[in-house]
Design a protein around this ligand. Structure first.
Ligand code: IDP
Ligand code: MG
Length: 151
């Protein structure tokens, strides 16, 4: 299993509802390491770039308006197999179908208000991290608890 970095967004619905800390805490508590973190207002251009794969789909316009409607908290999490682990913590795209215990099931009901984003592959992670973070905003740091999290 490789050490990976993944882009994570607390979407506007979760920020507005005061859930940012609670959601980030779940990933932090699992043992994933924060290497980048900021509150930001996403521009329309950034939203369209980030969600480029969905251009032309019926929900695209709504998705772009939603993600630009209030601030997001953007983060980069690092860890062994981080991409899959963060998506598993988020749960299925549709909160109504997400497994209990996942973020989307525990805090949401509808697809268009599903609280969180996470990269879905190493290629997406590399692409998305570059959209949201400058290299100087990502910090390589040694965490003293790693020996208690990884064998
Ligand atoms: P993901 O966020 O689980 O990776 P994607 O298929 O990449 O899911 O879709 C991106 C986002 O677009 C979803 O998180 C959700 O907010 C929104 N979305 C996807 N499909 C629909 C839909 O059918 N209706 C409304 N919103 C949707
Ligand atoms: Mg996706």
């Amino acid at each position: 299993m490789a050490v990976e970095r993944t882009l994570f967004l607390v979407k506007p619905d979760a920020v507005q509802r005061g859930l940012a800390g609670e959601i980030i805490k779940r990933l932090e508590s699992r043992g994933l390491k924060i290497v980048g973190l900021k509150l930001m207002q996403v521009s329309r251009a950034t939203a369209e770039k980030h969600y480029g794969e969905h251009k032309g789909k019926p929900f695209f316009e709504g998705l772009v308006s939603f993600i630009t409607s209030a601030p997001v908290v953007a983060a980069v999490f690092e860890g062994t197999n981080a991409i899959e682990i963060v998506r598993a913590t988020n749960g299925a795209t549709n909160p109504a179908k997400a497994a209990p215990g996942t973020v989307r099931a525990d805090f949401g009901l509808e697809m268009g208000r599903n609280l969180v984003h996470a990269s879905d592959s190493p290629a997406s992670a590399a692409r998305e991290i570059k959209i949201f973070f400058k290299p100087s905003e990502l910090i390589d740091w040694k965490r003293d608890t790693d020996a208690w999290i990884y064998e």
